[in-house]
Write a protein that binds this ligand. Structure first.
Ligand code: GTP
Ligand code: MG
Length: 184
């Protein structure tokens, strides 16, 4: 049989509360955005089927987590079988940028992946629609310092997005899908 093979890819989105994890997922899956903040409780997923690499169909199962439950373990079952991890920060919130490495560590501890050195992580800096005056000063420099010093000098792909204005959201998740597929 030659039909297209369907692949389910598990993606975990982590990052501080309020950076826009839920908004990114809602924009990507449902093309919706809400200004109202409603904290995510626990974790939940949405799925979306996309085609990448010349018509290969994959289903992204995107797990949205609660930033507020940082110190409360979601349990290993939640992270088990993850194919890609998205580390999010808010380009107006320096603390959320500085916390990227603890989210990475949290993921590695909980997921216990067999290949921590080359597990696919991707970084998203969200809310680029906001006024420049509110953005983290010298963001690029700080981000590259964090990548090389705290995230292990690894060249993770970085996307600057707006869940509000749908900027770079699809592009970011397409790269997520490609990286996840390689991990499978
Ligand atoms: P937790 O569930 O608490 O972990 O937060 P979260 O990361 O899921 O953040 P959420 O998506 O709920 O967004 C937090 C707030 O930021 C909401 O008021 C959103 O409307 C707003 N927001 C999210 N993305 C953007 C964006 O791209 N631009 C702007 N201007 N606001 C955004
Ligand atoms: Mg949320």
């Amino acid at each position: 049989m030659s039909g297209r093979k369907k692949t389910l890819l598990k993606v975990i989105i982590l990052g501080d509360s309020g950076v826009g994890k839920t908004s990114l997922m809602q924009q990507f899956v449902n093309n919706k955005f809400s200004h109202q903040y409603k904290a995510t409780i626990g974790a939940d997923f949405l799925t979306k089927e996309i085609s990448i690499d010349n018509n290969k169909q994959v289903t992204l199962q995107i797990w949205d987590t609660a930033g507020q439950e940082r110190f409360q373990s979601l349990g290993v079952a939640f992270y088990r079988g993850a194919d890609c991890c998205v580390l999010c920060f808010d380009v107006t919130n320096e603390k959320s940028l500085n916390n990227l490495s603890s989210w990475k560590d949290e993921f590695l501890v909980q997921s216990n992946v067999s290949n921590p050195q080359d597990f696919p992580f991707i970084i998203i800096g969200n809310k680029i629609d906001v006024d420049d005056s509110k953005k983290i000063p010298s963001l690029q420099k700080k981000l590259s310092n964090i990548t090389s010093n705290q995230l292990g000098g690894l060249n993770y792909p970085v996307f600057e997005t707006s869940a509000k204005d749908a900027i770079n959201v699809e592009q970011a998740f397409e790269v997520v899908a490609k990286m996840a597929l390689q991990q499978e």
